[in-house]
Design a protein around this ligand. Sequence first.
Ligand SMILES: Cc1ncc(COP(=O)(O)O)c(C=O)c1O
Length: 454
Amino acid sequence: MKKNNITRRRFLGAASAGAAVAIASKRVNALEIISKKTDKLAILGGTPVRTEPFPSWPIIDETDEKSVLSALRSRIWSRGKMVAAVEKRFAGFVGARYCLLTGSGTQALNTALHVLGITGGDEVLVTPYTFVATVDAILLEDALPVFVDIDPETFQINPDKLEERITENTRAILPVHINGGVANMDKINSIAKKYDLKVVEDACQAILAEWRGKKAGTLGDLGCLSFQTTKNLTCGEGGAILGDDEEVIDRCYSFHNFGRPKGKYMPRDKGGHPILGTKYRISTLHAALLNSQMDRVEEQTGKRSENADYLTARIKEIPGIIPRKNYKETTRTAYYKYALRYEKEHFDDVPRDKFIVAMRAEGIPCSWGLGVLEGPPINREGLIEEALNSHIFRRIYSQERLKKYREQNQCPESDQLSKEVMGFSGELLLGEKKDMDDIADAIFKIYENKDKLG
Ligand SMILES: Cc1ncc(COP(=O)(O)O)c(C=O)c1O
């Protein structure tokens, strides 16, 4: 993905050709870029591109205060009737038949896999470019997470590599719609159908993202969402399971509520706890906050998308800066994070960490973790070996099977991405075009002065 060197003129030309938006403001901006280019880098004592803060997250107003106060005054703080009303509203909001709210996205994933019968000896196909909770959920069922490498352009699980990892033990595919994009659900669903596999979507980072007009989380057997503080729709801590099968959702309900009977499919003559369960319930206080936050997520998602498209048009021609792409069927991106690949060879080998520090000095918050990485890619994290060496795994899986698993646990594209990925938190996209110009200008300023970062 090498690109030729770019001139300032070409950068400006590309910027205005890339989007027909805000041409006038871009001209003004072009002048700014020219003057900024000659500026000393802020990390070397020069003037930063930006000094004002970006929008902060989460956003609250008096509707949130009213909603939470009313729940507080109701004195029903644990799960009450109001939660069912929010579930109904949310299901309608995203076009799912049913929604079950949970205490977190992690709990939603645990419940979904458990209820679909994933258990010891089973294999679940999953991407290595995901937050740890996705993989925890598989390991907690004593199943094996079988890592399928990523598509280097979209950063999603590579659908063309799924079939080669299917064995007689494969039971499910767990696509993660990472960074607010959507995995290739056409290919994933068709492979699942061919091999009779369940599909559980991890849509925790992709609330309101769409594939061919259908919302992420409503495209497989079950979809899991997170409303943790950083997420595009938040109530502090919360999650949801989306599904169309009443019996499966009733079982999820039962599991998340100590195994108590629920719905017409659950036996009524087997006591108060006919199935194993746990407590993964959302509280009324959290559901109340979710309800008020839901009022503005649609508009915010539109804003994120609009600004992200503008930013992409501004930066995509800078050599070594490669924004994450979306499949053409992705009719909407959630932009939980704006992710891009930083190829240091185009920046005189300035390491990613140094580039990030230089960006921060210019007043642009950025990082490489992006709600995914906290160390090596997840297939290389310590928890995998810890699980493989555990008593239960050694009882369930033969030495030969574990040896083969270790040998096959290779995802070179994901390894490479983990060295190059970086980007911005989604709330940076909630401001104005000028904010995007600042981000683009800072990247370009560093690009032009890269030799001085030595
Ligand atoms: C991809 C992904 N899966 C699962 C989760 C877990 O969600 P929660 O933090 O609500 O448990 C997260 C949250 O960060 C996530 O990003």
